[in-house]
Ligand binder design. Structure first.
Ligand code: SAM
Length: 232
């Protein structure tokens, strides 16, 4: 019986990978990668020579059919994303559903756990996040205002992913809504987790916005944004 392994990989520091993940990547017949060049960096570091092919959100149906065929022929496949856990704001869940639908119990889909920016940020966030609403990336255009509103309506703190291109815009939008809705916010922002410039910011939205925009370097990198309403 074939195995499809969904393998978590580092979100920055290459040492953050489990022994099991390394073994599975080494023993797989093929690794499906969001971007084969990104994954090669990891594979070369650990001298893993398994063949790779790309599988990402723009992959055609024909690629999926090829993957199904490989599994049917008894190949063991591993799926990785560029960083962290596949399916957490990354491609993966669609493939899992399709493979499960195709094979049912005739094929094992296993999860090889490891880093995710969400849990890595939570580990250093401090108290108040026992329950939370994770929204991943906000939509860029359609539906964005509704999701922003959801943050203020939520009875739980909200956690978002954001890139360097949009962090400032997000903070400005949150500040505006915070004023309009008279709902003060406290933010915690984890930046460049596990990397050289890892940093953590905490404070009221106005102070954080000021602090971050004072130095352009603070706005570089990848971010997890944790949002708490102060009147809750
Ligand atoms: N699958 C990944 C995971 O398990 O967390 C998430 C991939 S998603 C495409 C990329 C986003 O995750 C980034 O824009 C950022 O919000 C967050 N992220 C990934 N790596 C990060 C890091 N080292 N530090 C902070 N945030 C990170």
């Amino acid at each position: 019986m074939s195995i499809l392994s969904i393998v978590a990989t580092p979100i920055g520091n290459l040492e953050d990978i489990s022994l099991r993940a390394l073994r599975v990547l080494r023993e797989a017949d093929l690794i499906l990668c969001e971007d084969t060049r990104t994954t090669q960096h990891l594979l070369q570091h650990y001298q893993i020579r398994t063949k790779t092919i790309s599988y990402h959100k723009y992959s055609q149906d024909s690629k999926l059919e090829k993957i199904i065929k490989l599994l049917r022929s008894g190949q063991n496949l591993a799926l990785v994303s560029d960083a962290g856990t596949p399916a957490v704001s990354d491609p993966g869940s669609w493939l899992v559903s399709r493979v499960r639908q195709e094979f049912g119990s005739q094929l094992v889909i296993e999860s090889i756990p490891g880093p995710a920016a969400l849990t890595t940020a939570l580990a250093i966030a401090g108290t108040g996040f026992d329950s939370f609403l994770f929204l991943g990336f906000l939509p860029h255009k359609k539906g964005r205002q509704t999701k922003l509103k959801d943050i203020f309506d939520s009875k739980y703190p909200v956690i978002l992913y954001e890139s360097k291109h949009r962090l400032l815009k997000l903070l400005e939008e949150l500040q505006l809504l915070s004023v309009n809705l008279s709902s003060p916010l406290e933010l915690r922002i984890a930046r460049e987790l596990t990397k050289l410039h890892e940093s953590f910011y905490q404070g009221e939205i106005n102070d954080l916005l000021k602090q971050l925009s004072e130095n352009a370097n603070n706005l570089k990198g990848e971010f997890v944004v944790l949002i708490k309403k102060l009147n809750k």
